[in-house]
Design a protein around this ligand. Structure first.
Ligand code: PEP
Ligand code: MG
Length: 593
């Protein structure tokens, strides 16, 4: 067992937001989880407890409204929805009445009644076979903690007044806690639970704060004050780092995107040494990230993951107006450079729609375009919102997980129909809407020549393409070593895609994580890719890599790489040659020999 003084203790979780942070821990369970006492109360006291309960509900509501206003201001309108679920709970008469009844019938104090009723509700939510509802237990717990804190009248830890930078360590980070944070003083998050789509993860990414979630027992292993490093890209936390390791990470931190971004000249051209311009677009999940586009020097948005409108905690499906507002913001913010809106990519590893059963094999199931074509009403609403918003800029639409030409034709037919209906109804819109196909399935990659004839552009999603070509679950730790974007099969697929797109004179871009990794991004350029779409915060780093290489030389290098038999050999070749070709950028990649 690890002793409390042992150095370099590595914990593995899920990398939720990239970047390296080093600092000391602030363990958040010190904020709450007081023990609450059971008190027998008399009928008169019970009436007083009910009054206290009402006041606590009122105060909790007022606090949440204040936090919501702050969240809207700091992170954008869409985030305020996160707190709507909490507010709804506090406004729900049934919850209040049930707690009142608990006080009245069991003759207990308000704290005890809140705890018992919410425990019961949480248990009921957990039993429901619905991922969305299960997720809501953390919202319910958040509300419970707020009520209990108010009722017990204890001072709460004031997170907005941290006096030194910290890394937050917690079981989970509740949305309202995030909203209360002093963003300038939080270096990163490390949590026991949560996945890549948890609120904490989403907000960490939007703020550019490194985060690792799903660490299981980090709260047991780190106390407030424990020095630690979090490596968001690797999904790793290192407790009590030794001097040598801390130095190593300090060096890596130097290349850290966030720091580079702060210093980066966003206006610097993304041009190779031999003068070829590479287009660097942004992958965007949250409207809050839009403001960062100019700061990071993105040429428009290559991938807007529209399903994040659902994932940000909306209680209901977003309607046409809400979607229109968001898409219009994307259109206006990107101007001529434009924005590609990906049709909802729900299902699979992402959120499932209510009313759909869990599947045995979700990655191969009813997800992405398959779901849009099945639940056509949702697809049509989304298209109407996009077509209307398109009056304010240059939008494109991109279809995820296409595996047959028929799906593309069917989607195009629906898009034409929606345009026609809008025209007939006199609804103003801009019908010039290029349609792209995401190449994520091996079948689509092999048929790229045919897709290029019927689509306006190809967008290669290397995350899924790698998953499906290599039959490796992209989120499964047990097979993570087999998840190899530089696998010769992937390189061959990419080379084939580039050739097919060029032959058909159709633009091609890559929007998977490969585009955000300097080594892999350069490999993509060597294979002939000229447009990359990546996390905004990764653009400065990749731009530096682009500016350091000669396209002619990396093209020759990739010709060599294409002869190799394994991903390891490809990587070794790149790690050996790139520091020679472009030492000003890749020196840090050279192995110490
Ligand atoms: C991909 O699969 O590469 C992609 C960009 O889409 P996502 O990561 O959202 O599945
Ligand atoms: Mg994908």
């Amino acid at each position: 067992m690890a002793s409390s003084s042992q150095r370099d203790v590595r914990l593995h979780g899920v990398g939720a937001s990239p970047g390296v942070a080093e600092g000391s821990a602030l363990r958040l369970d010190e904020r709450g989880r007081h023990q609450f006492y059971y008190l027998d109360v008399s009928p008169t006291q019970a009436r007083r407890e009910v009054r206290r309960l009402h006041e606590a509900f009122e105060q909790a509501r007022a606090e949440l409204l204040e936090i919501k206003a702050r969240l809207t201001h700091e992170l954008g309108y869409e985030h305020s929805f996160i707190l709507d679920a909490h507010l709804l709970m506090l406004e729900d008469e049934r919850l209040l009445v049930e707690i009142e009844n608990e006080i009245g019938t069991r003759r207990v104090n308000a704290e005890w009644a809140v705890r018992s009723v919410i425990d019961r509700l949480e248990e009921a939510y957990r039993q429901v076979n619905d991922a969305y509802l299960r997720e809501r237990t953390s919202d319910l717990e958040d509300v419970a903690m707020r009520l209990l804190m108010i009722l017990s009248g204890r001072d709460k830890f004031d997170l907005s007044k941290l006096d030194a930078p910290v890394i937050l360590v917690a079981k989970d980070i509740w949305p309202s806690t995030v909203a209360e944070l002093d963003f300038d003083r939080v270096l990163g998050f490390a949590t026991n639970s949560g996945g890549i789509t948890s609120h904490a993860a989403i907000i960490a990414r939007a703020l550019g704060i490194p985060a690792v979630v799903g660490l299981r027992d980090v709260t047991r292993r780190a106390r407030t004050g424990t020095p630690l490093i979090i490596d968001g890209a690797a999904g790793e936390v290192i407790l009590r780092p030794s001097k040598a390791l801390a130095r190593d990470y300090a060096r890596r931190q130097q290349q850290d995107n966030a720091r580079l971004a702060r210093e980066s000249q966003a206006t610097e051209a993304a041009e190779t040494v031999d003068g070829v311009h590479i287009t660097l677009r942004a992958n965007v999940e949250l409207p809050a990230e839009i403001d960062a586009l100019a700061r990071f020097g993105a040429e428009g948005i290559g991938l807007y993951r529209s399903e994040f409108i659902f994932l940000a905690g909306l209680p209901e499906l977003p309607g046409e107006e809400e979607q229109y507002r968001i898409y219009r913001r994307l259109a206006e913010a990107t101007g001529d450079a434009g924005a590609s809106i990906r049709v909802f990519d729900l299902g699979g590893d992402k959120l499932t729609l209510k009313g759909f059963e869990e599947e045995m094999n979700p990655a191969l199931g009813l997800r992405a375009i398959r779901l849009s074509l099945r639940v056509e009403g949702i697809f049509r609403t989304q298209l109407r919102a996009i077509l209307r918003a398109n009056l304010h800029g240059k939008l494109r639409v991109v279809l995820p997980l296409i595996s047959t030409i028929s799906e593309l034709r069917e989607a195009k037919r629906i898009i034409s129909e929606v345009k026609q209906e809008m025209a007939e109804a006199g609804i103003e819109h801009n019908a010039t809407l290029p349609i792209g196909v995401m190449i994520e399935v091996p079948a689509a990659a092999l048929m790229a020549d045919l897709f290029a004839k019927e689509a306006d552009y190809l967008s290669v999603g290397t995350n899924d393409l790698t998953q499906y070509m290599l039959a490796v679950d992209r989120a499964n730790e047990n097979v993570a070593h087999l998840y190899q974007p530089l696998h010769p099969a992937i390189l061959r697929a990419l080379a084939h895609l580039v050739r097919a797109a060029a032959a058909a004179h159709v633009p091609l871009e890559v929007c998977g994580e490969m585009a955000g990794d300097p080594l892999q991004a350069v490999a993509l350029l060597g294979l002939g890719v000229r447009v990359l779409s990546l996390l905004p915060a990764s653009i400065p780093l990749v731009k530096r890599a682009v500016r350091a290489v000669s396209l002619e030389r990396i093209t020759a290098l990739m010709k060599e790489a294409m002869k190799l038999a394994t991903a390891e050999e490809v990587e070794q070749l790149l790690v050996r040659e790139l520091p020679r070709q472009a030492p000003q950028f890749f020196a840090a990649w050279a192995s110490p020999s």
